[in-house]
Design a protein around this ligand. Structure first.
Ligand code: GAP
Length: 517
């Protein structure tokens, strides 16, 4: 199936089964803003819990906070967002479509890279076991030429961005002969900078002084509370502060479903360390975060690190964890060594001393910071796109039918157990309700009595429910039920008393947390 088709199917599936809806849909929607439905909200909460517990619960030196979305406007001057939280934008004069200039160039580079990979794949197939990939990359003329092209464009592009030379960014787009995907023309405007922060007014008097911003990242709420938390929690360096919350960015090109939104959620952790020890911690957090991702059991080949070519002026190391989404390898999480930039800036702009007295060194310093920052919605899309599976099944009558199953890790599945009475009559509904009333305190259960059992199984597969139990006449005789596994579709007769133990054990978040630690 083409990758684009997979994304379309995921979007349709999300709507049909109550995971994600377009915001304000009955008014034709609001671009790049989405609402989470009944199962989406459950899955989102479970992802949050997995992240929160893996940070705050299993690390004694990490605490969590919940800071306000509105912050003093000077925060964003100090952080550099007022001056430099910009994207370079460019318009195509024929289609009137607006693009991020850097994205156009990056997509062009990705196309050349794809050509190289195709060349390598072809050669690997041709030469089989004797294929030496490194040698092929170093000697094949087409691969060398394309790699040189990539290196040259990257070098020019980084230099242009560093010098804030927008005319040169446009030159690169023209020299690469990049065309608008809609009009197919190269009729571009000049490149301009566009600040991504949403501005609003505080209070009823609309003058300049009351302008505030919707936060574009949650991190600054952590930095400005550094002293409060360190002092009230008597935290000793190294320690971390974690937070989950909404962030807002007026993205120029908001597309690819929940990958790039204007209102989204971040899960960020700032880890405060001694100056000089930051690279050691940076490497450690890189590994820990990849382990967190891989614990979910999706294809490990779909993850990679992408080290930044161009470091932000405040960072001395930065990497992204990229995942192969249906639209290719894209960033899901950023890990940055942010030096003492943010705390120093807030110290300077607020006039308050923000230092830490290190009793072991007997000296005071502004701590250095390692940041891990993951988009909750992107993580949601990662899970949906990995979990979505179409399977052809052949029945006993030889007929084939398709089932769509969301192979969501059981620990994160929105519903853990479906309780299905074979029929409503003969006391089966009452018995099923009795089981529901006992188990609903332990795990998220669903009760369904409509349609045939087969149809009800398919519906639970489509939601990603790991277990279904069927209550039938035998249940009334010997207190046993049939339990069905979502992934294997195997069914087993077990005593009702064992259901809780199986479902709790297999869906407990502890399973994941132990893999991370
Ligand atoms: N505090 C650092 C920071 O905000 P970022 O790379 O701009 O860094 C961190 O964002 C993460 O937030 C990204 O890796 C991505 O997962 C998520 N993110 C950023 N912009 C987003 C958007 N417009 N829609 C959805 N997620 C977004």
């Amino acid at each position: 199936m083409a990758q684009e088709d997979i994304l379309k199917k995921i979007i349709a599936h999300s709507k049909e089964y109550g995971f994600i809806f377009q915001s304000s849909e009955i008014y034709d929607g609001l671009s790049a803003v989405y609402d989470y439905g009944q199962y989406g909200a459950e899955l989102k909460n479970n992802i949050k819990r997995y992240w929160w517990d893996s940070m705050v619960r299993i690390h004694e030196n990490i605490v969590g906070i919940d800071s306000a979305i509105f912050m003093h406007p000077t925060v964003w001057k100090a952080s550099g967002h007022v001056g430099a939280f910009n994207d370079p934008l460019i318009d195509n004069k024929d289609s009137k479509k607006r693009y991020r200039a850097d994205v156009l160039i990056e997509e062009h580079l990705a196309k050349i890279e794809a050509k190289i990979e195709k060349e390598v794949e072809k050669a690997a197939e041709k030469y089989g076991a004797s294929f030496d990939e490194a040698q092929f990359r170093a000697t094949n003329q087409r691969v060398i030429a394309n790699q040189e092209k990539i290196d040259l464009i990257k070098k020019r592009f980084i230099k242009a961005l560093e010098a804030d030379n927008l005319a040169e960014v446009k030159n690169i787009i023209e020299d690469c002969e990049i065309v608008c995907p809609i009009s197919g023309t190269k009729n571009w405007t000049d490149v301009r900078q566009f600040n991504l922060m949403f501005e609003t007014k505080l209070g009823s008097v609309s003058d300049e002084a009351n302008s505030i911003y919707l936060r574009p990242e949650t991190a600054q709420g952590i930095f400005v509370n550094y002293l409060n938390v360190q002092k009230s929690g008597r935290m000793k360096i190294p320690f971390g502060i974690a937070q989950i919350g909404k962030a807002f960015r007026n993205e120029i090109v908001a597309r690819q479903f929940i990958f790039r939104m204007r209102e989204f959620e971040q899960m960020e952790m700032q880890f405060f360390v001694r100056p000089g020890e930051e690279i050691k911690w940076f490497e450690q957090w890189k590994e820990t975060r990849l382990r967190w991702h891989k614990a979910l059991g999706f294809n490990p080949k779909k993850y990679r690190y992408h080290n930044h070519d161009k470091l932000a002026h405040y960072a001395n190391a930065a990497t992204d964890i990229e995942f192969e989404f249906p639209m290719g390898f894209k960033e899901v999480e950023g890990i940055h060594s942010r030096t003492d930039f943010d705390l120093s800036q807030h110290q300077q702009y607020s006039g308050k001393k923000i230092t830490y007295f290190d009793p072991e060194l007997n000296e005071s310093y502004v701590p250095y910071v390692i940041e891990t920052s993951i988009g909750l919605d992107r993580m949601f899309l990662l899970i949906l796109s990995s979990a979505y599976t179409e399977e052809d099944l052949t029945g006993e009558d030889g007929k084939t039918e398709q089932r769509v199953v969301l192979r969501i890790p059981p620990e994160l599945a929105p519903v853990k157990l479906a309780i299905l009475p074979l029929m409503r009559k003969d006391g089966l509904a009452e018995k099923a309700t009795e089981i529901l009333n006992e188990l609903k305190y332990e795990v998220n259960c669903i009760y369904e009595e409509k349609d045939s059992i087969g149809k009800r199984y398919r519906r639970q597969d489509a939601i990603g429910t790991p277990y279904c139990i069927t209550v039938d006449h035998e249940t009334l005789e010997n207190n046993t039920v049939t339990i069905r596994n979502r992934d294997t579709m195997e069914q087993e007769r077990i005593p009702v008393d064992k259901v809780k133990q199986i479902v709790v054990e297999k869906t407990s978040m502890t399973n994941l947390l132990k893999k991370v630690n």
